[in-house]
Write a new protein. Structure first.
Length: 595
């Protein structure tokens, strides 16, 4: 490919540099060209952010017949230096709170599992930091929920001691070690790597530990990324590009999409001006394709995406094949090991069917909600919301999703690809549709302008501002995955952006918010003048249908069948009958209208 003046300027540099590259601007191609310009005698390390980036880079360097570049991730480097020849064994399944409680001799109860959950998080926080000992970190600053803060503050001394004990057991090989742990040991060993050049990709998502290893090298250092694609602060990542005082280079032309998508991306990033002294960037859209072969739906959260997938396959009954980026089962399991089925069984008070040790100790959904609040466990919180929305229809719906899922090797055959924004980072699709669970300008303004009980505006702290900036980044990453067409909910559309060749505006119903909003339902009833419009809000429907919560009757079943045959969505039918969408689907199955 012909290199741009910006790329040629980067290749001509001789010292340490940082490269801020917008989405789709060919940063990997630039790094490859940089490496290719160096003599074969030069020892070059390409440091990838994760394994998938590493594999992609290996293929691209091999295609260019470049053989003097070593390609590693920070973890693979650490593994070779720390694990080889040692007595350490790697924990491959991830520790759960009940594992930690057992290892640290804590009694098996909910309160101790809450404490064990925080031990795991404090271990991860320390291992990803550049601190030399646990006492040097302030874990309390990572906690946002007020109740969780009070809990941690009261038990901080005990939590710190338990964290040190857990780390000590790993250090002495008494228990299996985590991937974060051996990376930390690698950082603390102050390694000097035998390379002349080190090229660090996706630098905006480096942890302080990764950055410390990179910074202490004597080699010429090149770090590349996009400051607006930092989306891993929940894994304690920092925006390294903003912290390094290296000469700055730009890659501002995207070869992925056209100018209308570039304008949309710039407008979204412009929201940052509400929070910080934002310096606008200019993105030139020099891409775009004429035909599309793959389509993707991208969500902010597992919950939003899972609900969208269920909605999609039920409302689009002719769809035969789908694909989820990553393992589809990961969308139904929390990091702590609990499954959606476990939460459903707790919801139904069927404790004997619960497999997860943590949920087995809970006597009710109220206890689960207490645990979620005290630990800030967003994944379990999302699962509980799914259970409340679909109830006992969940097994049937998940089975249908799995039956339609194509193998990894046949991803290209899927009619639609589902992914969270974190899982599709670095990827691109011909057509993209966004789930309406991202930050909006309206929601952002409400948070910024929130007032206390005295009417005084509540000032956001640094942590809150950083979190909101990352929410904006998530939407920016999502919209810039498209090459040809973006279907974007109207709620996410910035002011001043209009539909165009590459932008199609949609008005979806937001899962989980249906019962909180007044949604108009247009229903042509044969019991009224055919063709007349009977427009009712959800509240009005509930008032006029006093039997909505009573057992189904023949009349209600006939009305349900008519609405189904007419083509109404499950959401609208749920609103009309004052029931959950899961209850509607369940009744349709009972009537043999659905398979």
């Amino acid at each position: 490919m012909q290199l741009t003046p910006q790329q040629l300027s980067i290749i001509a540099t001789t010292g340490n540099i940082k490269i801020n590259a917008v989405a789709g601007s060919g940063k990997t191609s630039t790094i490859i060209a940089f490496a290719k310009s160096k003599p074969n005698s030069a020892k070059i390390l390409y440091l990838a952010f994760n394994k998938s980036v590493k594999i992609d880079a290996e293929q691209k360097f091999a295609a260019q017949q470049i053989q003097h570049v070593t390609i590693e991730t920070a973890h693979s480097l650490a593994f070779k230096h720390i694990i080889y020849g040692s007595n350490y064994k790697i924990n491959t399944i991830d520790y759960k709170p009940y594992d930690v409680a057992r290892i640290l001799d804590l009694a098996p109860n909910v309160e101790n599992y809450i404490l064990a959950n925080h031990v795991l998080k404090m271990v991860a926080f320390f291992c990803n930091s550049n601190a030399t000992k646990v006492q040097d970190i302030n874990y309390l600053e990572t906690i946002e929920d007020g109740k969780a803060k009070i809990f941690i503050k009261k038990l901080y001394t005990q939590l710190e001691l338990l964290t040190r004990q857990f780390l000590g057991k790993m250090n002495n090989a008494l228990i299996e070690i985590t991937h974060d742990f051996y990376l930390k040991k690698f950082q603390l060993a102050n390694p000097q790597l035998p390379f002349d050049y080190i090229l660090f990709d996706e630098g905006q998502d480096a942890s302080p530990a990764m950055l410390a290893v990179f910074m202490q090298q004597q080699a010429t250092k090149v770090i590349v990324g996009d400051v607006h694609q930092q989306i891993y602060s929940w894994r304690y990542a920092i925006n390294s590009l903003q912290q390094l005082n290296y000469p700055n280079h730009l890659l501002s032309t995207s070869f992925r999409f056209k100018q209308d998508i570039a304008n949309l991306a710039m407008q979204i990033l412009g929201w940052k001006d509400k929070l910080i002294a934002y310096q606008p960037i200019t993105i030139t859209g020099a891409g775009g394709i004429t035909t599309a072969t793959n389509k993707a739906i991208i969500g902010r959260t597992n919950l939003g995406l899972l609900l969208k997938a269920i909605e999609y396959i039920t409302d689009n009954r002719k769809v035969k094949s789908i694909y989820f980026e990553g393992n589809i089962s990961s969308y139904t399991y929390a990091a702590d090991g609990a499954s959606l089925y476990d939460v459903l069984n707790l919801y139904n008070e069927k404790k004997h069917l619960i497999r997860d040790e943590l949920l087995k100790t809970m006597g009710s959904i109220a206890e689960l909600e207490h645990y979620i609040t005290q630990t800030e466990d967003a994944q379990l919180g999302m699962m509980l919301e799914v259970v409340k929305e679909y109830e006992n229809e969940i097994p049937n719906l998940l089975k249908k999703l799995k039956d339609m899922h194509v193998p990894n090797a046949e991803k290209q055959k899927a009619e639609i690809i589902f992914s969270t924004v974190h899982r599709c980072k670095g990827m691109e699709y011909d057509e993209v549709e966004l789930v309406a669970d991202f930050i909006t300008a309206e929601k952002l303004d409400k948070i910024i302008n929130k007032k206390d009980e005295k009417g005084k505006q509540i000032k956001l702290d640094t942590k809150q501002i950083e979190k909101l900036l990352e929410e904006i980044n998530l939407l920016y990453v999502a919209v810039t995955r498209t090459k040809k067409l973006l279907r974007i909910p109207i709620s996410l559309l910035p002011e001043g952006i209009k539909p165009s060749e590459s932008i199609q505006v949609i008005t979806p119903i937001i899962p989980g918010a249906i019962k909180k909003e007044i949604i108009l339902l247009n229903y042509k009833s044969r019991n009224k003048n055919l063709g007349a419009t009977n427009t009712k809000s959800f509240t009005a429907v509930r008032d006029t249908k006093q039997d909505a919560y009573q057992p189904w009757t023949a009349a209600l079943d006939a009305e349900l069948k008519e609405m189904f045959d007419t083509g109404f969505t499950y959401e609208k039918m749920a609103i009309h009958f004052g029931r959950t969408k899961g209850a509607i689907i369940s009744r349709l199955r009972r009537l043999a209208i659905l398979e």
